[in-house]
Design a protein around this ligand. Structure first.
Ligand code: BES
Ligand code: ZN
Length: 465
């Protein structure tokens, strides 16, 4: 270890308690972007981050209005001649329900078995916090950073980044950089270090099936009117065949087929299907015929019901024909599927297959483009070296099933390559009760980030740009 690395390590070790306290304080803010009642909490989380950035010595720190939950910006631009990196993460989190399944409570962080448990511990407050702590440690021990950094932290990622594209379009100069780093992904099964190259896109819609203006007595009216819940079931059943192939006409038209090289890359990953199945507690894995599990997850599109409601939900029996029934449905998309076009195709199919006797409304709730980033980019290779130097193991290169809408936007709007440098453990329970971050990933990841800036500073001047 070099002398400067020693000093950094000493700093990180001597500030570990303070770091945990700050991580927990950040997690205590219930910044749920989807729920309007948490809008003030989203703003509080943004202010918390802005204060944190100012305290560690970043400049031009601002909480920026977008029309939705605010952005947080801050920069350090004094490494003349070195690359400029745009670092993105999100401070908003998914809704915490069901609350009674949490060991403690979603916004009361709990350290247990080497993990931090709380909503957002991994996705994505933990990783945002890691970036700020890495910059803090480097600035505190060296007085400067080896590269130029611009931080952009968002508060609407979990709600499809509704206002971000417009802000990027209007503020290109403000976030000008050589490339972008997004820390909102994670390691591969078995907690093996990984760099994500592919993310799926998404289109999200709500279906409202409306019958009578009130619930009806199912004895008096059953058999004479359409039941909205039955109608919704008919619609949903018409979206996929029993094998899982999506029946929406045109749905697969723009799907770029997996190449032999893509398939070989999936097949080369150390993946144990049975362990994966058992870890999920499901009796069997299912999916599109002709594709392996990892291909289905990272390289093929899906259509899933995310929620369905209507009619009587209480205990016992209540004999009604519900006045309405509803579903939230989303499709994960792969290159070159377009979220808006896919939405139109699904919507048209739903309206076509809807039974008579009910009114069916379909609304788009948001979307994001899929993305694929090249493995041979110098900034990606530098990230791989930083991971190997700190985690002691070269990263795998993977394609993931989740979505980060801004990833494609950084390329299409700002023209930036993106490196997906993420540190969460695959069993992090993101979006579910007892979400957790393995603290060893968090701690070592901070060292990786600091090391990464060094690797970037040492690149021969042009290729990273
Ligand atoms: N961190 C995830 C994205 C992710 C998940 C990447 C799994 C790799 C593997 C992100 O915060 C997320 O959950 N995004 C949403 C986006 C959606 C609401 C537009 C998602 O994927 O559901
Ligand atoms: Zn996330």
């Amino acid at each position: 270890m070099t002398a400067t690395a020693d000093v950094l390590e000493e700093y990180l070790e001597s500030t570990a308690d303070r770091r945990m306290a700050s991580y927990e304080a950040f997690l205590r803010i219930p910044s749920v972007s989807a729920l309007p009642e948490h809008a003030p909490d989203c703003r509080r989380a943004a202010e918390f981050l802005a204060d944190d950035l100012r305290a560690i010595g970043l400049e031009h720190v601002e909480v920026l209005e977008t029309g939705g939950h605010p952005l947080v910006y801050g920069d350090w631009l004094h490494a003349e001649g070195a690359p400029t990196v745009l670092v993105y993460g999100h401070y908003d989190v998914q809704p915490p329900d069901p609350l009674d399944e949490w060991e403690l409570a979603p916004f009361e962080p709990l350290v247990r078995d080497g993990r931090m448990l709380a909503r957002g511990a991994a996705d994505d407050k933990g990783q945002v916090h890691m970036h700020v702590r890495a910059a803090e440690a480097v600035l505190a021990t060296r007085g400067r950073l080896p590269i130029n950094l611009r931080y952009l932290f968002e508060g609407e990622e979990e709600s499809t980044s509704t206002n971000l594209d417009r802000w990027l379009e209007q503020n290109k100069a403000r976030v000008a950089a050589d490339f972008a780093v997004i820390s909102d992904t994670g390691f591969f099964e078995g907690n093996l270090p990984a760099i994500t190259l592919g993310l799926r896109g998404i289109t999200y819609l709500q279906v409202d099936v409306i019958g009578s203006s009130i619930d009806l007595h199912s004895g008096m009216y059953g058999g004479t009117v359409q039941n909205p819940a039955n109608a919704l079931a008919t619609i949903i059943a018409a979206l996929k065949d029993p094998d899982g192939r999506i029946l929406v006409p045109g749905f697969y038209d723009d799907v770029v087929p997996l190449s032999d090289a893509d398939r070989a890359a999936f097949a080369a990953l150390p993946f144990d299907e049975e362990a994966y199945r058992a870890s999920l507690g499901v009796p069997a894995l299912v999916g599109e015929p002709g594709y392996a599990v990892l291909e289905r997850r990272g390289g093929r599109p899906t259509l899933d019901v995310n929620g369905i409601w209507g009619g009587f939900q209480g205990e016992g029996a209540k004999t009604i024909i519900p006045g309405s029934a509803h579903a939230k449905i989303s499709c994960r998309l792969v290159v070159d599927q377009d979220p808006d076009r896919t939405y139109e195709l699904v919507r048209a199919h739903i309206l076509r297959v809807a039974p008579a006797g009910v009114r069916v409304e379909v609304h788009e709730l948001g979307g994001g483009q899929p993305s694929l980033t090249p493995m041979d980019h110098p900034a990606t290779q530098a990230a791989a070296r930083a991971i190997e130097a700190t985690f002691g193991q070269a990263p795998l290169f993977i394609r993931e099933g989740g979505s980060i809408p801004v990833c494609a936007s950084f390329t299409s709007i700002l023209g930036l390559q993106v490196v997906l440098l993420g540190f969460t453990n695959p069993d992090d329970k993101a979006h579910a009760p007892n979400e957790s971050m393995v603290l060893a990933n968090y701690e070592t990841g901070i060292r990786t980030i600091a090391r990464y800036w060094e690797e970037l500073a040492n690149l021969p001047s042009s290729p990273a740009r």
